[in-house]
Structure formats: C-alpha cells, structure tokens
Design a protein around this ligand. Structure first.
Ligand SMILES: Nc1ncnc2c1ncn2[C@@H]1O[C@H](COP(=O)(O)OP(=O)(O)OP(=O)(O)O)[C@@H](O)[C@H]1O
Length: 212
C-alpha cells in the first residue's frame, strides 16, 4: 500500500475547490496542510512573511520562474503570484498531507512518486442546480484581493459547465475521484469518505511509485 502525500483538486474556477479544501483542512489541521504562495507585491499591514505569502522581489521571482521553481504563477496588476514546488515539499516535511488546487496541465509534472497524489476533480452540477445552490454565493472578483467578491452571473455558470466538460474530455483519464459539488455538505461528506478510503485501503498507483 502506498500512502498519498497530497490531494490535488482540479475543476473550473468558482466550482468550490477552495471551499472543500478549507473544510478538509479545518476538519483535521494536524493531518492536512496547505501551501503558502509567493508574491512580488509589497507586504501590507497586517500581513507577515510566510503567513499569507512569501514576499520576494520581482527580480528573484523572475529568476525562480527561469529555474522552474513554480508549479504555476501569474501576473496581476504588475505583481507576480505563484505556488512553488518547494512550498509543497515544505508541507510534506512537516509530516502533513498537502491539499492543493492545480491546473490540469501541471499534473504531468506533479503526478510523481515524490507526491503520490490523489487527483480529485470537482465538477459542477447542472446549470439549474448551480442557479439554485449559488443564489447567495459570491466569487472572488480579483485574485489579489480576497475581500473583493461579486455574485455569480449566468455567464459564470455557463463557463463553469463548459470548462468542466473540456477538462473532463482532455484529462478525465487522470481523475481518480469525481465529486459533483451540488449541495456543499453532501460534496464534503463524499470528499471525507474518499479521503478515508484512500488512507485506509489499498490505493492503486503506478508500479514505479512503489519503489521509492
Ligand atoms: N456547493 C456549494 N453551494 C453553494 N455555494 C458554494 C458551493 N461550493 C462553493 N460555494 C461558494 O462558491 C464560491 C466560490 O467557491 P471557491 O472559492 O471555493 O471556488 P474555487 O473553485 O476555489 O474558485 P477559484 O479557482 O476561483 O479560487 C464561494 O463563495 C463558495 O462559498
């Protein structure tokens, strides 16, 4: 039996990956951990180094991009934001299982013996159920400012469903668990039982992972 060292969440923007990840993290903070992203934007009060972000210079960020240190990164309002491979390793070094949401194209890089991830696809329900369940929900309107949110629009729902379809077609063979995030507490229970199953029962992995 090979223990998963990470759970990777994939899905279209706004489907609820952060919500499910957060619930799992607070259900057992000794067991699970999340990565701390890097940014080149200046620190604001009351932020602290290594809590919300690792604050580094633009110059160093660019050097780290060149050296393939980032799993993913992006630019927003002239500042870089990204998640490094080392930030995943740092969670593992504390003996915790790393919870991470990833873009599907990085699976190639991350589905390795080092992380032995369980890949969970978070899928939206039908448009009708999205309208119903997300009536009072808000999505982030900007990646940089977590406080700035807006209600979901019809276009957001449509895009969520379309993107999920494309992801499933292209990467479906890599998904080990699909959770439809219709009712949140039902989706979370499903996630909890998937986690329990992989942590207590045999989880089939590529044979090469068992030699490390
Ligand atoms: N099943 C659900 N029912 C109702 N609201 C939900 C459900 N799942 C998530 N939400 C709400 O939808 C919003 C977006 O969720 P969340 O931030 O987790 O999405 P995400 O997939 O992490 O998106 P992003 O990739 O943009 O960060 C949040 O306000 C969240 O509380």
């Amino acid at each position: 039996m090979t223990k998963s060292l990470a759970f990777f969440f994939l899905g279209p923007t706004g489907v609820g990956m952060n919500e499910l990840k957060r619930k799992l993290l607070i259900s057992d903070p000794q067991h699970f951990g999340v990565t701390i992203p890097h940014t080149s934007r200046p620190k604001r009060n009351p932020e602290s180094e290594g809590v919300e972000y690792h604050f580094i210079s633009k110059h160093l960020f660019e050097a780290d991009i060149q050296n393939n240190k980032f799993i993913e990164y992006g630019e927003f309002k002239g500042n870089y934001y990204g998640t490094s491979l080392d930030s995943v390793r740092s969670v593992l070094s504390k003996g915790k299982v790393c919870l991470l949401d990833v873009q599907p194209h990085v699976l190639k890089l991350l589905r390795t013996a080092e992380f032995k991830p369980l890949v969970v696809f978070v899928k939206p329900p039908s448009i009708d159920r999205l309208r119903e369940t997300r009536k009072n929900a808000k999505i982030m309107s900007s990646k940089d400012d977590k406080r700035s949110t807006k209600p979901f629009t019809e276009e957001d729902f449509q895009e969520m469903v379309n993107t999920a379809q494309v992801m499933e077609t292209q990467y479906g063979h890599l998904f080990e668990k699909v959770i439809v995030n219709d009712d949140l507490s039902t989706a979370f229970s499903e996630l909890r039982s998937a986690v329990k199953t992989v942590e207590t029962e045999t989880h089939w992995v590529p044979v090469s992972w068992t030699h490390s």
